[in-house]
Ligand binder design. Structure first.
Ligand SMILES: Cc1cc2nc3c(=O)[nH]c(=O)nc-3n(C[C@H](O)[C@H](O)[C@H](O)COP(=O)(O)OP(=O)(O)OC[C@H]3O[C@@H](n4cnc5c(N)ncnc54)[C@H](O)[C@@H]3O)c2cc1C
Ligand code: FES
Ligand code: FES
Length: 1348
């Protein structure tokens, strides 16, 4: 919008320093401002605070958390609160002080205890989430220096981590908690970190073994007096508030912040269409995902009247400007002061406020904004509506009150605000005697997830009776707006609170709260079931209240309800995880030298830098001269001919430099069937068609919107595996392995034929794909900084795309913010497209994918559909098994053939079945190409095998663990592909897991619990694992390293592995330190680069540390050999003396180390080979509790025993196990990809795609490593543990299935069932069939999401 008047100066502080912004743009968020302040003018000093990370841009992940401090005009105190910087417009910060991770502490000056402890507790892996975690914890400590564990959980509930499994993060936070306990063994004088004890360890029994991986005693204490103070200048400003209206004009948007209520009301008349902007948690995401645009924004942040709170004997009035966090505190205060009967509505609201979003969003979002947004999923509006809430409105003309009722929520003009009105405050009346209010919600996971269905319910009885005088029921998530079931409620007035009423209510509700079959988002049956299940819960809760002594003694519920009341599912609590990791001391040899770091829990090399934000990731590299930004234009059709591409409008936009198309590629445009940039036709929604290059990110993204592509749809359009099979649409030939005589064996035994579905999975690495290509002035050289697991692949692809030799291109990888297989192939495509842009324009190009684009374009884990036929004896012995699997490969081959091969090779898992046939095929569909993902087919394939075991157990009436045990490998044997192995460690893991978890006694306890509880069921399961490590080809196991010793004695190690968070660099220095006998402090790794170690293999398949470790070892041994004569001559000399002497004697202090690789091959013709160098064994048991009415579950306990042999670094390895287990848990329980019927991925961010959060950690989580076994093959007898734990997450899946099976047995449901993976609340609820699901199933509706 063109503007004539000048902008006011925006004043705020960042990390104690003043920011005076003369041209503040309302569209710029704090995150952008902190990271890239070069677009704006700050006084005297640059910000470029890249510690605050971009991950989702929608408030859903917490990676961008910073602390904001503001003077509260009402309480006259300083309020410190965490916010997500990606949703904070800088203009909202007038008078505020911002603290970022850099302001908290630094390795250069002083570390803050939060930073020190998260790093030393091994709470960082890739480190991309760490600054956000630090800031959430730091803010908590600013407000509560000794928080409770519940406060800690609450503070971290809005922060996602994809690597660690959260346990170590929690553990670091717990060290601040009042009730925290340290290393218990320490008090008994036996701690694993006491070096003296380690050296002379004579510890025998495990009871003597310390389980801590860090020494709490070393931590510096928290000293609140050391924190930054609130800037005196801001305090002065707050005490003499500016009453003048402040205006900030941006390129397109004007921000107006009045200083008085009067001015606000006048401005609202002048700008009736301008929204009031408070937390921006509704407006912000709507702008990003739906393109909502407002040229004028009115900010009432400085108007104290909107933050007032007042109470009367009748109720409570809360200012519309109060944040939801403040509302929570206010309500908690009232609840503690008033009798219970008056606070029913407040309690119900509090219940939801604990779960609504994460702490940061609750700190930002305002009550007014929440109500006015009228989101259909709103948690509070249904409760406010049933609680007879009134809205106090204000305009220049005066004030008036309207009810927050059905019509208001539906947005009816007659019941709504007038354009010139604002919501001033909200009046919530007290409840009264004989009135009960409750709130219910069900989401994909417990916290930080929008509810599928949410409800508020209130009933008022006639005094002293159970006769309904008034009833109010409101639901969210079941329509476009919150729905009030008014008609049903009317018809139930005068009825008694009994079962006939319940039946009638359910019938009425299903009639009134109807959802159309094709409702977007689907889940129609589930939602309808929740509508009645919630009412049933309410019915039981109220019944329970009425039964309380002194309440209504004359009411006696029927026997049916009485039985049920006792087992009423409680809301699953946010119990802090008690995870511990047991580490037997035996992993370090008692004779090992003290300074030898191998086998010790050394902290991740970058841990402290992660925690201070000083670790540099790809997009943290400062802007280079003349840098341009690239944004991608992707296909909106699943299968279509490209008729035309109109770039004219895009090219006219300001700042747009060029649009890159396939015609600009000087070399090859990818492969014939897998083009970098589409030509003529597209094969999926999300295929890259062209790329815009512009001066800024915002300009490039605007131009993407203006690029017009005309398509002509083509047939067929295939999304599902079933459709692909129908059309014989495959990417590669079938892969098959067979042993024994399957057909003959089937003739003699009982059989089950069943189908299994395993959904796909999004990598959800926290750092999206990003690359910076810098063309050099000479000889066509290019420097490429890229977040990848395979820099050599990027280098090769760029070379062929630009048609220049590989030796001109250098790829640099400092560190990667998580990969999990998703950064093996895709970075090469993005690197090549960016390189074409750099080649054409001659300027550096930065390409950073948005979370939405990353999820849309890059593909993920292959969904699987498996059919099995199993033949078995009554004893549970499996005689024959025939499995045929299909995976959804998407539109191009990518790694699909390899994934199919690995799937088939690994599918037998831990079982010896004489007659076996495995077949696998990759389907070609019109979805983005699926690719490598941690476990590479194993987590999907093995789920089929384990499902088959569970089915056999059910048929034989045996416990699944008995059938597993019966069929497990027991002695030295050969696999289906005839590779010999010894399963002894497998058996040990299994037995230890059963033993440590007290599995058998808990089985009885679970049965006992289930007998007593009808609506809650517990389930228990244990799974064994034999996981093969490595690639099935020798050449893929080779590795190289380059080690330099400099004249000061310092050592630079480089090798072919990439630091993805898995701690490979830490392990490599541990190896180098042992070999050279030099402390790790003398050593450094600066980056992985194709210029130092060429022709590397992708860091994947769990063997990165193995093979690169061997190469580093080789290089160090070469160097030591050269130094030997010098050392011999001067044995008393120091390392520095020897190096100096070596230099004088002209001995080369640089060596290349090389490892030729493990022998591995597979002959698919014969079905034989030795494809894997070794196996990792393990076992996991999990116990869960399922709420049969909602499908939610909580994880009570998990025990994992893993065979790590001699771990190079137990802290890192346990981190890998816990992290992969948690990722597996996500795969099997919550992570669900949803597509529209047109093949558009619908789940494109943390709000729609739920990876595990901190509340998903099992309440008790024990991980132990099997006391050292040996594997002579690998470096120091260690094992690669990167992927294997994924599958162990299935123990949670099978525990859920166990609970569901129990529920079904109790309900006499005879038919067999298989829960699909992921076992989402929807699937679990629908499988726990009961009278409510039956009511709903009467009106079956077609599904919404087609893809699997
Ligand atoms: C990551 C994330 C997770 C979330 N999870 C949940 C969840 O689990 N459950 C849930 O219920 N909600 C959830 N939400 C939604 C959240 O509760 C709302 O977005 C929030 O309450 C809106 O408040 P705000 O102050 O940010 O509104 P803004 O975005 O600032 O404003 C929203 C709208 O309200 C209007 N408005 C604001 N104040 C007034 C006023 N005083 N008078 C008139 N109009 C006004 C504005 O004009 C604007 O149109 C989530 C949001 C995010 C971003
Ligand atoms: S990037 Fe801000 S919350 Fe995810
Ligand atoms: S360490 Fe948390 S996302 Fe990587």
């Amino acid at each position: 919008m063109p503007h004539l008047s000048r902008s006011d100066e925006l004043v705020f502080f960042v990390n104690g320093r003043k920011v005076l912004e003369r041209n503040a743009d309302p569209e710029v968020t704090l995150l952008t401002f902190l990271r890239k302040n070069w677009t704006l003018l700050t006084m005297f000093w640059p910000l470029r605070l890249t510690g605050t990370k971009y991950v989702c841009g929608r408030g859903g992940c917490g990676a961008c958390t910073v602390m904001v401090s503001k003077h509260d005009p009402v309480s006259r105190k300083i309020r410190h609160f965490s916010v997500t910087a990606c949703l904070v417009p800088i203009c909202s910060l007038y008078g505020a002080a911002v603290t970022t991770v850099e302001g908290v502490g630094s390795i250069k000056t002083r570390l803050h205890p939060v930073q020190e402890r998260i790093a030393k507790s091994h709470g960082t892996q890739c480190g991309f989430c760490t600054p956000g975690m630090v800031m959430s914890m730091y803010t908590l400590l600013r407000n509560h220096p000794q928080p409770s564990e519940e406060q800690l959980m609450e503070a971290l509930g809005g922060n996602l981590c994809r690597c660690t499994g959260y346990r170590p993060i929690l553990e670091s936070g717990r060290t601040f908690c009042a009730e925290s306990s340290g290393c218990q063994q320490k008090g008994r004088g036996k701690c694993c970190l006491d070096q003296g004890e380690n050296a002379t360890s004579s510890l025998g029994g495990e009871s003597d073994i310390c389980t801590e991986l860090f020494a709490k005693d070393e931590f510096q204490p928290l000293d609140p007096t050391q924190e930054l103070i609130f800037p005196p200048e801001l305090l002065r400003m707050a005490e003499n508030p500016e009453k003048r209206t402040l205006t900030f004009h941006g390129e397109r948007v004007t921000w107006i912040s009045p200083g008085t209520l009067k001015d606000l009301l006048e401005l609202k008349v002048k700008h009736p269409d301008a929204p009031l902007i408070l937390g921006n948690t509704s407006l912000g995401p709507a702008k990003k995902s739906q393109g909502h645009f407002h040229p004028v924004l009115l900010s009432p942040a400085r108007i104290s009247e909107l933050s007032m709170v007042s109470t009367t004997s009748e109720g409570l009035t809360i200012g519309a400007g109060c944040s939801l966090a403040q509302v929570k505190d206010i309500l908690a205060g009232r609840v503690s002061e008033l009798p219970e009967e008056k606070t029913q509505t407040y309690r119900a609201l509090l219940k939801h406020l604990k779960r609504l979003a994460g702490q940061q969003i609750r700190n930002m979002a305002s009550l007014g904004g929440h109500i006015m947004s009228r989101h259909c999923y709103s948690d509070l509006n249904p409760v406010l509506a049933v609680g007879n809430t009134a809205l106090n409105l204000m305009s220049k003309e005066g004030t008036r009150q309207i009810p927050l009722d059905r019509d208001f929520l539906a947005g009816l003009a007659s019941a709504d605000l007038k354009p010139e009105e604002i919501l001033e405050s909200v009046y919530i009346p007290h409840s009264q005697r004989w009135e009960f209010v409750s709130a219910f919600r069900q989401a994909q996971c417990q916290q930080n997830a929008l509810a599928d269905v949410t409800a508020g319910m209130r009933v008022l009885f006639q005094e002293g009776t159970d006769t309904i005088e008034d009833l109010s029921l409101a639901y969210g998530g079941v329509g476009d707006a919150t729905i009030s079931a008014q008609k049903s409620c009317q018809q139930l007035l005068g009825r008694r609170w009994n079962e006939p009423m319940l039946d009638e209510a359910c019938r009425l509700l299903l009639d009134e709260v109807s959802l159309p079959g094709g409702a977007p988002g689907g889940s129609v049956e589930f939602k309808r079931t929740l509508v009645v299940s919630f009412f049933f819960k309410f019915y039981l809760e109220v019944l329970q209240e009425l039964k309380k002594p002194g309440k209504l003694l004359s009411v006696f519920p029927t026997a049916f309800a009485d039985r049920l009341v006792g087992s009423l599912p409680r809301h699953l609590s946010l119990v802090p995880a008690q995870g511990i990791s047991r580490l037997p001391l035996q992993s370090v040899d008692s004779h090992q030298a003290l300074q030898d770091p191998v086998g010790r829990p050394i902290m991740h090399l970058s841990g402290l830098k992660h925690a201070t934000g000083e670790a540099i990731f790809c997009d943290d590299i400062p802007t280079v001269d003349k840098e341009l930004f690239m944004a991608l234009v992707t296909s909106t059709r699943a299968h279509a001919k490209i008729i035309s591409v109109d770039l004219s409008k895009a090219l006219e936009l300001p700042g747009v430099v060029d649009v890159i198309t396939a015609e600009d590629i000087p070399g090859t445009n990818g492969a014939e069937d897998d083009k970098l940039l589409a030509v003529d036709k597209v094969l999926c929604v999300g295929q890259i068609v062209c790329a815009v290059v512009a001066e800024t990110e915002a300009q490039a993204k605007r131009a993407v919107e203006e690029t017009k592509i005309a398509y002509e749809d083509l047939e067929p359009v295939i999304f599902t595996i079933e459709d692909a099979i129908k059309h014989s649409s495959f990417l590669c030939p079938e892969k098959k392995l067979e042993q024994g005589n399957v057909e003959k064996a089937f003739e003699e035994v009982d059989q089950i034929v069943e189908e299994v579905h395993v959904g796909g999975q999004e990598h959800f690495y926290m750092e999206t794909q990003r690359v910076l290509v810098i063309p050099k002035t000479e000889d066509k050289e290019l420097d490429i900084y890229v977040s990848t697991q395979d820099p050599a692949h990027v280098q090769k692809t760029v070379s062929s795309t630009l048609n220049i030799p590989i030796n001109r291109i250098t790829c640099h990888v400092k560190r990667v913010g998580g990969g999990f297989g998703g950064k093996v192939g895709r970075p090469a495509v993005l690197g090549a497209i960016a390189a074409v842009g750099a080649n054409k324009t001659g300027y550096p190009i930065r390409l950073v994918l948005d979370r939405e684009d990353d999820m849309l374009i890059t593909g993920g884990r292959h969904p699987l559909f498996g059919k099995y036929k199993v033949g078995f004896m009554n004893s549970g012995r499996i005689r024959a098994l025939d499995i045929e699997c299909f995976i959804n490969g998407g539109c191009t081959l990518d790694d699909s053939e390899l994934v199919t091969e690995f799937l088939i090779l690994k599918m037998e898992n831990a079982y010896k079945i004489r007659n076996l046939r495995f077949r696998g095929r990759a389907c070609m569909t019109n979805l983005p190409s699926n690719t490598a993902f941690r476990g590479f087919g194993f987590p999907q394939g093995t789920l089929v095998t384990e499902s088959c075991i569970t089915a056999v157990a059910a048929k034989c009436g045996l416990l699944p663990e008995k059938v597993r045990e019966k069929n497990m490998y027991k002695t030295v044997d050969k696999t289906i592909y005839k590779q010999a192995f010894n399963p002894e460690p497998l058996i040990r893991c299994w037995n230890e897991c059963l033993d440590k978890s007290s599995f058998h006694s808990r089985r009885m306890q679970v049965a006992e619990f289930n007998k007593k509880n009808y609506w809650r069921k517990r389930g228990l399961a244990v799974v064994p694992m034999k996981f093969s490590v490595g690639f099935a080809a020798t050449s893929f196991h080779q590795a190289a390293a380059l080690v330099h010793i400099y004249t000061d004695g310092s050592v630079l190690v480089t090798h072919g592995g990439n630091e993805l968070g898995q701690g490979i660099h830490t392990k490599m220095l541990q190896v180098a330190s042992r070999e050279l006998k030099v402390p790790m402090s003398h050593m450094h790794i600066c980056e992985t680069s194709t210029a130092t170690v060429p022709n590397t293999i992708a860091t994947a398949a769990s063997i990165g540390s193995d093979v690169n470790g061997r190469a580093v070892q080789n290089a160090c041994q070469i160097l030591l050999k050269r130094l030997e004569p010098i050392i011999k001559k001067n044995p008393e000399g120091t390392w520095e003396d020897w190096i100096e002497a070596a230099f004088e004697q002209r001995i080369s202090l640089s060596a290349t180390g090389y490892f030729r690789g493990y022998e591995a091959f597979m002959d698919w013709e014969k079905g034989e080979g030795d494809p894997f160098p070794y196996y990792v064994y393990g076992a996991a048991s999990s116990e869960v509790e399922v709420d049969c009415l909602t499908g939610a579950h909580k994880k009570i306990r998990t025990d994992i025993v893993m065979d790590a042999c001699c771990s190079l670094n137990p802290a890192i390895d346990i981190g890998q196990i816990e992290g992969s287990f948690t990722q597996g848990m996500g795969l099997y329980t919550t992570e669900e990809l949803k597509y529209s019927p047109e093949g558009v991925l619908y789940s494109r961010g943390p709000d729609d795609y739920k990876i595990p959060t901190i509340t998903d950690v099992p309440e008790e989580f024990n991980v132990s490593l099997l006391p050292s076994s040996q594997t002579p093959l690998t470096i120091y007898s260690s094992k690669g543990l990167g992927e294997s734990g994924m599958f162990l997450g299935s123990s949670v899946f099978f525990a859920i299935a166990d609970a569901v099976a129990t529920a079904r047995r109790e309900r006499d449901i005879a038919e067999d069932f298989t829960v699909r993976s992921p076992a989402t609340p929807e699937r679990v609820r629908m499988a726990c069939a009961d009278r409510f699901t039956e009511m709903v199933r009467d009106s079956r509706l077609p599904p919404w999401a087609p893809a699997s």
